[in-house]
Design a protein around this ligand. Structure first.
Ligand code: SF4
Length: 450
C-alpha cells in the first residue's frame, strides 16, 4: 500500500503502552513461557474433555486451570473513577456516541462489504439468505469476542481484574461451541489479563460492547440517499482502541481466535482494517496515525503494528465506496431479497454469466457457501481456445461446486449408514479395496459388474 508505514521493529521491541514489560506476546519472539504445572493441568483436562457427559464441568475446570495461576495485578489508581475517553475525543469535540449508526440510512457491516469486494454474487447470496451460511468456528469466535469484551467492560467500568471475567464468562459460552471457544482463548487468557491491566482504564478510548463515548461501534456515510433508498453507511466495531503516545495516535487491537495466524502483511491488506482506518479518520479529524495489531489468541501470537496514515484513509475510503457500489449493482441485478430466486440460480440474473458479479478464484471459491448456485460453476464449458482465462476461472468454481457435492453425498452416506446404489453406479464406503477405512467414493457394485 502506498504510504504504509510499518513500525515492526519499533513496536516489536516495545514492552507495553506504558513502557512496562508485561510479557504479552510479540511476533518473532515466540510465545510466553508456560509453567510446567500449568501444562500438566491442561493435559489432565484434555483427557477429561473426552468424557462428553462432563462437558460443562470440564469447561469450568479448564477455565479455572487456565486462569487459576493468574495473580491479577490491576494497575488502576486508587482514586480511579470512570471517565470520558481522554485526548482525542476531548480535543476534537467529537462525540464517539454520535457516530454510532445514525438512524438515517442502512448500515452495512464491514464483513458484508468485504464479501462484495471479493465476489458480488457470493455476497448477495449470503446477505439475502439465498444460501445458508452457518459456521461453528465463526460462532466460537463470537463467543471468544463476547468473553473478552465482558472482561474489558468490567475492567473499564468497574475496575475489576479482567481475569475474573475471562474465567466466569467462558463457562457461560454456548454449549455447542464451548470447547471450541475454550481452545481459541486458553493460551492467550493470562497474557490478555496482564495486557489489559497494563493500560490505565482512562486510556481506553473504545472497546467492543462499550457504551456511550466508549462504544466500539463506528459508522460513516458511504453512499448518499437516492429516491429509491436511504443513504448507506459502512459500519464496524473495534475490539479495543486505546490512546497512543501522542494525541494524534491510536492503537487498535483485534482479537482473532481462528486457526489462521495473521501476519502484518495480512493486516495491511485486510478489508476490515482498511475500513477501520477510514472510519477512525472520519471519527477523529485530528488523528494522524492508526496502529493496528491482531492478537491471534489460539496461538497467542501478536502481529507487529501496521500503521495507517490519513493518506491511507483516502484510498481505503475509495475501496469501501467501491464495495458499496458493487453491492447496489448486485441488489439491483438479483433483487433486494431472494424471494424470487429460483432453486438453481437467481431470477434477476436471467442466467447471464457476466464478469460484473462472478469473480472465481481457487481460494475464495473453495470456501464459498454459494458455489452450488454460482453460474460460473454451473455454466456450460466454454471454448478454451477462445477464452482461456474464463475457462480456467470457471473451472476453479466448478471444482469448489464438485467438492461441495461430494461433501453432500458423503454426509448422506453417513446419515443413512449405507451406500447409495442406483443401478450400476454406487457411492459409499463399501467399494472393494484392500485399504482399511476407505474414503467414500464411486465404484461399480459387485452384482452390476458380473
Ligand atoms: S464459486 Fe467462486 S465465482 Fe462463484 S459465487 Fe463463489 S466465489 Fe464467486
Amino acid at each position: 500500500m502506498d504510504g504504509k508505514q510499518y513500525r515492526q521493529g519499533q513496536e516489536a521491541g516495545r514492552a507495553s503502552p506504558q513502557g512496562r514489560n508485561i510479557g504479552y506476546p510479540v511476533a518473532g519472539q515466540g510465545r510466553p513461557e508456560h509453567d510446567p504445572g500449568w501444562a500438566r493441568s491442561l493435559s489432565l483436562i484434555a483427557a477429561q474433555w473426552q468424557q462428553i457427559g462432563g462437558l460443562a464441568l470440564a469447561t469450568g475446570r479448564l477455565a479455572r486451570q487456565v486462569l487459576g495461576t493468574v495473580t491479577p495485578v490491576c494497575h488502576r489508581r486508587r482514586d480511579w473513577k470512570p471517565q470520558a475517553p481522554p485526548r482525542l475525543a476531548a480535543e476534537t469535540g467529537e462525540s464517539a456516541a454520535g457516530q454510532d449508526c445514525p438512524a438515517a440510512g442502512a448500515a452495512v457491516d464491514h464483513g458484508t462489504l468485504a464479501r462484495y469486494a471479493a465476489c458480488p454474487f457470493q455476497a448477495w447470496a449470503v446477505e439475502t439468505g439465498f444460501v445458508e451460511h452457518h459456521s461453528a468456528a465463526a460462532q466460537a469466535g463470537r463467543e471468544v469476542h463476547r468473553v473478552i469484551a465482558e472482561a474489558m467492560r468490567r475492567y473499564v467500568e468497574l475496575g475489576l481484574p479482567p481475569a475474573q471475567a475471562l474465567e466466569a464468562e467462558i463457562i457461560n459460552a454456548r454449549p455447542d461451541v464451548q470447547h471450541k471457544a475454550v481452545d481459541g482463548l486458553r493460551r492467550a487468557a493470562r497474557a490478555i489479563d496482564r495486557f489489559l491491566t497494563s493500560i490505565h482504564p482512562d486510556d481506553i478510548l473504545a472497546y467492543r460492547g462499550g457504551s456511550g463515548p466508549r462504544s466500539g461501534r463506528m459508522s460513516r456515510h458511504v453512499l448518499p440517499a437516492t429516491p429509491d433508498r436511504p443513504g448507506v453507511l459502512a459500519a464496524s466495531e473495534v475490539d479495543l482502541l486505546y490512546a497512543g503516545a501522542s494525541a494524534g495516535e491510536v492503537h487498535e487491537i483485534d482479537f482473532k481466535s481462528g486457526r489462521r495466524v495473521w501476519t502484518a502483511t495480512d493486516v495491511s491488506q485486510a478489508f476490515q482494517f482498511r475500513t477501520h482506518c477510514w472510519l477512525l479518520f472520519g471519527r477523529f479529524p485530528r488523528l494522524e496515525l492508526h496502529h493496528v495489531r491482531v492478537w491471534n489468541t489460539r496461538a497467542n501470537v501478536l502481529t507487529p503494528a501496521v500503521s495507517f496514515s490519513r493518506r491511507d484513509a483516502i484510498s481505503a475510503g475509495a475501496l469501501v465506496k467501491s464495495a458499496a457500489l458493487r453491492r447496489e449493482m448486485a441488489l439491483a441485478e438479483f433483487g433486494r431479497t431472494c424471494d424470487g430466486a429460483e432453486a438453481d440460480g437467481p431470477v434477476g440474473a436471467d442466467r447471464r454469466r457476466g464478469d460484473d458479479f462472478y469473480w472465481p478464484e481457487l481460494e475464495k471459491c473453495a470456501q464459498c457457501p454459494a458455489c452450488l448456485k454460482c453460474l460460473a460453476a454451473l455454466a456450460p464449458a466454454k471454448d478454451f481456445a477462445a477464452e482461456p482465462e474464463r475457462y480456467l476461472r470457471d473451472t476453479a468454481a466448478m471444482k469448489a461446486a464438485l467438492a461441495a457435492r461430494m461433501a453432500i453425498l458423503r454426509a448422506a452416506v453417513r446419515a443413512r449408514d449405507q451406500d447409495l446404489v442406483f443401478g450400476d453406479l454406487a457411492f459409499g464406503v463399501e467399494k472393494p479395496t484392500p485399504r482399511p477405512n476407505p474414503a467414500a467414493d464411486f465404484y461399480k457394485p459387485v452384482a452390476a459388474g458380473k
